[in-house]
Design a binder for this molecule. Structure first.
Ligand SMILES: Cc1cc2nc3c(=O)[nH]c(=O)nc-3n(C[C@H](O)[C@H](O)[C@H](O)COP(=O)(O)O)c2cc1C
Length: 161
């Protein structure tokens, strides 16, 4: 199978759009991620794949914590910023309303929902590091979320009674 076919097939996959919140010492960061999935019900575990060179990997390792914030359509701009600039060069969350979870990870007040995670495991997967988070807190504010497909972000269709 050619590399092109592999990429074409991957492009068909749908993902959520999340901002991974991290903090260590006086540093705070948000990174947009699509490669996030739940991996266990009991205990409640999820996994995020973070590129080895990203600042987020350093901050998760330093703090042993991260938050997963589900992005609303109104937050498309912050998702684009957190997905294109490294927190090593600017504080991407400087203009955002922030609270802190029990783990100390920053949570976006205006996210559709958030999960506060203790980083309990990590392993290398090719060019990414898979961090496993045990969810210790969560909140929800809206049904409206963005999804990611074909290299773009768009509002997810939603039907709620
Ligand atoms: C929609 C979208 C999804 C992304 N998903 C991921 C992801 O799952 N894992 C990852 O390592 N980078 C992902 N990125 C790229 C990072 O967000 C980007 O490289 C970021 O600047 C890294 O920030 P940091 O150095 O502050 O951690 C994504 C970017 C966008 C726009």
């Amino acid at each position: 199978m050619g590399g092109n076919a592999v990429e074409e097939a991957f492009k068909m996959m749908t993902y959520g759009v999340y901002i991974i919140g991290t903090a260590a010492g006086d540093k705070i960061n948000g990174m947009t991620a699509a490669w996030v999935t739940r991996v266990s019900v009991d205990p409640p575990l999820l996994l995020v794949a973070v590129s080895k060179g990203h600042y987020t990997s350093d901050l998760i390792r330093a703090s042993k914590a991260f938050s997963v914030n589900l992005v609303t359509p109104d937050q498309a701009e912050i998702a684009a910023r957190c997905g294109s600039v490294s927190g090593r060069v600017s504080n991407k969350l400087a203009d955002e309303r922030i609270e802190y979870g029990e783990t100390g990870a920053p949570v976006l007040t205006e996210a559709a929902a958030w999960l506060d995670c203790e980083a309990v495991d990590e392993f290398e997967c090719g060019d990414h590091i898979c961090f496993v988070g045990r969810v210790v807190g969560a909140g929800k504010r809206s049904e409206q979320v963005l999804i990611y497909r074909q290299g773009g972000m768009q509002p997810a269709p939603v039907e709620v009674e």
